[in-house]
Structure formats: C-alpha cells, structure tokens
Ligand binder design. Structure first.
Ligand code: ADP
Length: 386
C-alpha cells in the first residue's frame, strides 16, 4: 500500500482536509467542512472531523485502506522558537497554547483541530507544520521592527511572515520548472489568495516578506487591510470609541478588497468594474497599487529579479491582475506575453516572452503536498528541511 498523509487545516469555522501521497505527490482525496458551530449538524471541531471521515468513506476511502502514516496539521504561528515540523505531544500543545495570543484568530482553532484528531487517530504520529517556518531566518534588517527594542524583545515582536509553506514550495517549483538550482536565482513570489503575501528569495532563502507579527501586514487582501499607518489604530481607539476587538475585526474582516469594493471574489469584482461601479474600481486600483509598490521594493532589495511567480487563487487565475501588476516595467527587464498570460492552464507555466531577462511564471501552489512531505521528512528521521 502506498503511504499517505492526512493533512488538516483547521480554521475557526472550517476544516480543510486532504489525503496526499508524499512520494507521488498525488492527492487521493480532499474537501472542506464549513460552518462549524453554525448548525446542529456540525457543532464543533470533533463533529467536523467525523464529517471528514464520513466524506472519505462515502468516496470509498476507508481509513484503514488509505495507508495513512501521519496526520499533518497546518499551524499558522510558530512564535519565536517553533519552526521545524514537530511531532505533537502534550508539551507541544502546551507551547502552542502559550503562543495563542500571537495569533488569536488562527492558532486556537488549529490547536482544537490537533486535539480532536489526536483523540480520533491516537495511533498515528501527528505533526505540526508552521506557516512561519520558512521565514524563521529572515535577515535581522528585514525581521526587525524599528520600535523600542526592549518592548519588542519582551513581547516577541518581530516580523515572522506567513504562507511560508507556499512560498517555499512555489519557489522550489519555479526553479525546477526552469531546470536550474534554486541557489542560482533571485525570486519574487506573489501568493495572491484571499490572504496575500509577497516574498523576496535569494538562493532559496527568503530575504523579505510582506507579512509581519501577524498575517495582517503587507498587501491588500480579500478582507484584510494590509499595511496601514499604526496611528489609525490609536486614533480609532481614542477618538471613535472603538474597542481593540472592534479594530481587529475591522482590519481583518471588513477591510481589504471587500471593505472598499463590497466583494471578496475577484471574478465578481471584475464584473462590478465592468458595470461601472466606482467602489469596485477603487478597490481594484488600491490592490494593484500596493502590489506594485511591493514588487518595486523587492526589486530594490534583490537588485533585480530572475523570476517573478504568481500563485494562489487570484495569482493562478486572474490574468488581469497579473498584467496590471507588471505593466510598464520593461525598463527593469519585466514583460508579460499577453497571449501566454491569457491562456488558462492548470500546470506551472511561463507568461513572459521567451528570452526576457526576468522570467514570469504562474505556479499552482500545493501547501498540502508540502505539508505531507514535511511530515514524511520527520518520519524519515530528517527534520523535513523547512
Ligand atoms: P485562500 O487564501 O482562502 O486559500 P485561495 O488561494 O483559494 O484563497 O484564493 C481564493 C480567491 O481566488 C477567491 O476569493 C477569488 O478572489 C480568487 N479566484 C479564484 N478563482 C478565480 C478566477 N478564475 N479568476 C479570478 N479570481 C479567482
């Protein structure tokens, strides 16, 4: 039987699951259980896991026949010390609970997901894979906020970066696609999904990324603001009578493209722009403007890019966003071939003209496979190398 890994990504109201074969890279089954806590059917994460098992069985995948060798858990925040894929034990759960204040929206549901999965599958190793891992060794100049250093140290405030599993996977795939070692490349990776982040990578190691202490910094996202003047927070707190929770909810859930244009899905946003909705146009313009600012900044950080890669829901599917993000950058060796850019595809593909100084790629991300491989690395006695 081929060995496989059950990968779980537990959010506050949903659990995404995949059964992945780390060796072949094949996804045997995947799906999502949504609206946890919303209905009597799925009151909590334990019930959600039962739904996962039932869905697998319905598709003919009985647990015993899947050849599961591990359960891999995506954990958003590893804090200052956790970054290698780590086998879960009671001590690790306790450490994750201590870290929860650093990622109040993301880590508590991941811990719940781990706890219920350990109960349901006690005989399998459970392995935590951290979204911050790839960026653990960011250069100090990129990782450090210019704030009172004693306070920063006391409260573990640094730029951690997120989506690391995706940035690492996609940058490795880009090198493989080009048939050159990652060690020889200066790369910019643009992970544009509902959450969005950019990274600058030299020789396979990240030197910059747009997210910080939390996944709120950086690019404009589906519902998150990305960069704002921190003065806005203190102003709202002091003058508008908003609580810390109100401000956090606004920045996380009612900002970004939805906050400006009333819509999170770019397919619908484009329709609204075509229908002449000024708010939708402004949302798009702010999104593109921020993205271009980051691309420009990373070109300066890197001294030019050999590869720029788009990934995740928007990056993989939205040709207009790709075109507008990189238009007018010919002077920097960056060009897009309109025909290649407009041709849809599922696989990794080049969208810059042949021979252009900077190769522009679209590479589908596969965080589940990367997590499954990290788990296999732990089981194999290595540390998974991430
Ligand atoms: P998440 O961050 O939740 O994992 P994804 O990477 O799946 O998100 O991206 C989801 C987003 O991708 C959607 O909200 C939508 O804006 C965008 N998207 C998906 N398909 C398309 C498409 N065909 N064209 C444009 N945008 C798309």
């Amino acid at each position: 039987m081929t060995s496989s890994v059950l990968v779980l990504n537990s959010g506050s109201s949903s659990v995404k699951y995949s059964v992945v074969e780390p060796d072949s890279g094949a996804t045997v089954a995947d799906g999502i259980v949504e609206r946890i806590g919303d209905s009597a059917d799925v009151p909590d994460h334990g019930a959600a896991l039962d739904v996962v098992f039932a869905a697998l069985a319905e598709d003919g995948h009985h647990l015993d026949a899947l050849g599961l060798v591990a359960v891999g858990h995506r954990v958003v925040h590893g804090g200052p010390d956790l970054y290698r894929p780590t086998a879960v034990d009671d001590d690790l759960i306790a450490r994750l609970k201590e870290l929860a204040p650093l990622a109040p929206l993301h880590n508590p549901p991941a811990i719940l997901g781990i706890e219920v999965a350990r109960k349901a599958l006690p005989d399998l190793p459970h392995i935590a894979v951290f979204d911050t891992a790839f960026f653990h060794d960011l250069p100090a100049a990129a990782a450090t906020y210019a704030i009172d250093s004693e306070i920063a140290e006391r409260w573990h405030i640094r730029r951690y970066g997120f989506h690391g599993t995706s940035h690492q996977y996609v940058s490795e795939q880009a090198a493989e696609f080009l048939g050159v070692p990652a060690a020889s490349l200066r790369q910019i990776v643009l992970h544009l999904g509902n959450g969005a982040s950019a990274s600058a990578i030299v020789g396979g190691r990240p030197v910059e990324t747009s997210m910080g202490l939390t996944p709120m910094e950086g690019l404009v996202m589906g519902t998150r603001s990305g960069d704002v003047d921190p003065g806005i927070l203190t102003y709202l707190f002091r003058e508008a009578g908003m609580s810390v929770e109100d401000i956090e909810t606004m920045l996380n859930r009612r900002s970004g493209v939805r906050g400006l244009g009333g819509e999170i899905d770019f397919r619908v946003l484009h329709q609204r722009i075509a229908a002449g909705e000024a708010a939708a146009q402004l949302a798009y313009d702010v999104y593109i403007h921020r993205l271009r600012k980051y691309i420009g900044a990373y070109l300066a950080v890197l001294g030019g890019a050999d590869v720029i890669t788009f990934t995740a829901g928007v990056g993989e599917n939205d040709a207009l966003v790709r075109r507008d993000a990189l238009s007018g950058l010919g002077a920097f060796g960056i060009e897009i071939d309109e025909h290649l850019n407009d041709s849809p595809g599922r696989a990794a593909r080049r969208i810059s003209p042949e021979g252009a100084p900077t190769t522009v790629l679209v590479v589908p991300t596969n965080e589940e496979l990367a997590i499954a491989r990290a788990c296999a690395g732990v089981l194999g006695g290595g540390h998974g190398d991430r």
